[in-house]
Ligand binder design. Sequence first.
Ligand SMILES: Cc1cc2nc3c(=O)[nH]c(=O)nc-3n(C[C@H](O)[C@H](O)[C@H](O)COP(=O)(O)OP(=O)(O)OC[C@H]3O[C@@H](n4cnc5c(N)ncnc54)[C@H](O)[C@@H]3O)c2cc1C
Length: 300
Amino acid sequence: MRNVDAVIIGAGPAGVTSAIYLKRYGYEIALLDPMGVGGQLMMINEIENYPGFKNAKGFKLAQDFEEQLNFLGSEVEYTLVKSIEKTEDGKFLLKTDVDDIETRGIIIATGAKHSKLGIPGEDKFEGKGVSYCATCDGPFFKNKKVVVVGGGDTALTDALYLAKLCSEVILVHRRDQFRAQKILQDRVKNEEKIKCVMKANVVSINGEEKVTSVTLDNGETIQADGIFIFTGIVPTSELFKDLTEMDNRGFIITNGKMETSHKGIFAAGDVRNTALRQVVTATGDGAVAAASMDEYLSNN
Ligand SMILES: Cc1cc2nc3c(=O)[nH]c(=O)nc-3n(C[C@H](O)[C@H](O)[C@H](O)COP(=O)(O)OP(=O)(O)OC[C@H]3O[C@@H](n4cnc5c(N)ncnc54)[C@H](O)[C@@H]3O)c2cc1C
């Protein structure tokens, strides 16, 4: 078993920022993530709303994050945290798939994952036409017809990206208006390869070996080779359900200092109950969580 001042669980934008700050404060830290550095960044094709980068590729930004970590003498450990216990002397014992770590404080930065539609065919055809990541899977659908589900920023951004590759993109949204930023709505309107179907829900995904069509609740069946689902996210917070307070959707409740209901445990980024889940807010949270951790470690 080893001892560190603080453990950061998750190396997406929030966790990496916390690590950078804590390292610069001079603490001994462990930054743990089985996927390495990046988190959801690895699924983003282009980011246009992170200051300083007019048009950044997600994986490139992740590489830059990692370079900065390494420059400060820190690195991510490819490790999954499996459980957390409280020790008698007020510390925490983390069991991972590699070793046990004792620490005085924890920053939870485990982010979020895509939510599912929960309809027939969705699980059966995952990886065979059903995707949640245009950056990862878009190139498999070159010159093919795809359906995109959702009405937020991610759905419209990825529909625009897919329109560059695919022969046709059918954007299905359950409401009569998109939630996405106006600049994205305007781009979608001007993209002739995208056709919008409003006030409709996908009720089944059909095919034999692979996806061949999707059926909507308005009775229409659309012939398509793939379906990209962007209908929201769920927090990766199951591991902490007995430790910290959460809202009814499982997002960890924090105050403005990123303190959770449990002393010594902080949360940052998409996993917490926040108004906006973006790279810029996750990095901001990560910095605040690190500053609060510094205050906690100095006083305890
Ligand atoms: C397709 C897509 C497009 C997007 N486009 C944009 C955009 O244009 N602009 C923008 O600002 N934002 C965008 N976002 C949102 C942005 O990526 C997220 O808000 C941001 O990545 C959140 O960072 P995070 O560090 O909180 O969590 P995440 O990035 O989710 O990282 C969490 C990390 O925690 C790790 N983890 C989970 N459980 C454990 C465990 N038990 N042990 C160890 N590690 C664990 C995971 O492996 C993951 O790497 C997009 C997201 C997606 C999916």
